[in-house]
Design a protein around this ligand. Structure first.
Ligand code: NAD
Length: 478
């Protein structure tokens, strides 16, 4: 085996973040405690230390936020016109860039993801989403959505914890560009960057009520999506919660988009460039600790190259550096919460119990915080739970196939339909496979590439509607 180099620690400084001890709800341009006085605590999953307490919004707080959003939409933001709205979005985008180091460090502390990723992926994409949609604000009548597309009104937006600020950007940027106002609820374990975003709205002089942030757990989200005063619901999260929201919204006038779970297949054909495929497999499942809806969590490898590919993959996995998320060398950070760690352990154990073989490289996991080593499950059958259900952690299930037809059949044998990857030297095979895969996004000879111009979304239990690109605007226009 090749020599593994030790890296000296390269910690990013926490001092670039100035956290307050308590955060209120951001409603109508200002921060205020919840009417009930209830709070939640946000922990750093890497060491279980307390970062801050945030207000937990109840129905009365949600009602206040929806009312503020309604007034702002009807009196200010809707009538304003695209050129002016665009200026605000450009201003927000620039402030996000200026404060990107602070936000990258805070996101890493609140979520557990490596600062290398928040710095190089999350924050650049967050700013890019605001720049991209700022450009659309005065060109909506050229978007192919009719000559006079109109905003829907107030958007209720609920996001998960895996990409807290990026999911906020995916939601808020298109809503604002199209003249809607928003009430957004971040996830209970990762509310902090959304609250700094609220400060950025103040810094950008965004009119009060255009963006409202209500923190809280699932019940706050429920009160928001079920509020009769919202015109549009945009949800990203688990399929189970998405199903409940679809039920709650059915029979109302509310428009709904759902971005839910996935069980993406990463298909490696026998003619693929193996070292590149190994990099793509690693990024497909170990990026963001595997807390990625479109993760390549099922590796489908052609039988004739399976042994060689797995040997190279294991060798590569021994070089994944697991540990302090704020160390700039870290590849795999902390699991976001004790609950998520329990779910990952339970799912992985079930894989072993059903007959899969489990392998992880030797790695010293920190004694405090929530950690899970990068893990391979080989010999996985299609009926195994780890081949069917989302693990949402750094766990790769490996299956094999003999023919391209079998690869497609196995890849599509899932209730989900969000993402897939195809690795082959042959353009014709790539296109043949992509045409037959039922997934919203298909990457070829790469994985986990995102761009605000490109629509993202799923089929089947991965949800409906698209976010990003021209298609994403449609979800906010009537
Ligand atoms: P989750 O569904 O438990 O929670 C998501 C959000 O919904 C949180 O803010 C939560 O507080 C809120 N919520 C919970 N119950 C609610 C209710 N009854 N009504 C309204 N809101 C409610 O999901 P999670 O565990 O936070 O996130 C992980 C899931 O998100 C995974 O399944 C993942 O695949 C999915 N996800 C999908 C995409 C996508 O674009 N398709 C992107 C990121 C994550």
């Amino acid at each position: 085996m090749a020599e593994i180099f030790e890296y000296a620690p390269a910690p990013e400084s926490r001092s670039v973040v100035s956290l307050r001890e308590n955060y209120g709800l951001f409603v109508d341009g200002g921060f205020a405690p919840a009417e009930s006085g209830e709070t939640l605590t946000s922990l750093n999953p890497a060491d279980e230390s307390m970062l801050a307490t945030v207000a937990s919004a109840g129905p009365a707080d949600v009602d206040r936020a929806v009312t503020a959003a309604r007034l702002a939409q009807e009196n200010v933001w809707g009538p304003m016109g695209g050129v002016e709205r665009g200026k605000y979005l450009f201003r927000i985008a620039r402030i996000l860039q200026e404060r990107s180091r602070e936000l990258a460090v805070l996101e890493s502390m609140d979520n557990g993801k490596p600062v290398k990723e928040t710095r190089d992926v999350d924050l650049p994409l967050v700013a890019a989403h605001f720049f991209y949609h700022a450009g659309w604000a005065d060109k909506l009548h050229h978007a192919g959505l009719g000559t006079d597309p109109r905003p829907l009104g107030v958007a209720a937006q609920v996001v998960p914890w895996n990409f807290p600020l990026l999911m906020l950007a995916w939601k808020i940027a298109p809503a604002l560009a199209t003249g809607n106002t928003v009430v957004l609820k971040p996830a209970e374990t990762t509310p902090l960057t959304a609250l700094v975003f609220a400060e950025i709205c103040q810094e950008a002089d965004l009119p009060p009520g255009v963006v409202n942030i209500v923190t809280g757990a699932g019940e706050t989200g429920r009160a928001l999506v079920e509020h009769p005063g919202v015109d549009k619901v945009a949800f990203t999260g688990s399929t189970a919660v998405g199903r409940g929201i679809a039920r709650a919204v059915a029979g109302t006038d509310k428009r709904l988009t759902l971005e839910l779970g996935g069980k993406g297949a990463n298909i490696v054909h026998d003619d693929a460039a193996l070292d590149q495929a190994v990099e793509g497999i690693v990024s497909g499942i170990f990026f963001n600790q595997g807390h990625v809806c479109c993760a390549g969590s099922r590796l489908l490898v052609q039988e004739s190259i399976a042994d060689e590919l797995l040997a190279r993959l294991k060798e590569r996995m021994t070089r994944i550096r697991v540990g302090d998320p704020l160390d700039k060398n870290t590849d795999l950070g902390a699991i976001n919460s004790a609950d998520q760690l329990r779910r990952i352990r339970e799912a992985t154990d079930s894989g072993e119990a059903e007959g899969a073989e489990r392998w992880s490289p030797d790695c010293d996991l920190p004694s405090e915080g929530y950690w899970f080593a990068p893990t391979l499950l080989t010999g996985v059958g299609q009926s195994h739970r780890v081949a069917r259900e989302e693990v949402f952690g750094p766990v790769l299930s490996v299956l094999t196939f003999r023919t391209p037809e079998e690869a497609v059949a196995k890849a599509n044998n899932t209730p989900y339909g969000l993402s897939a990857g195809v690795w082959t030297e042959k353009g014709s095979r790539m296109l043949w496979t992509a045409e037959r895969l039922r997934a919203g996004v298909i990457w070829s000879n790469t994985f986990n590439k995102f761009d605000p111009t490109s629509p993202f979304g799923g089929y089947k239990e991965s949800g409906y509607g698209r976010e990003g690109g021209r298609h994403g605007l449609e979800a906010y226009l009537g």
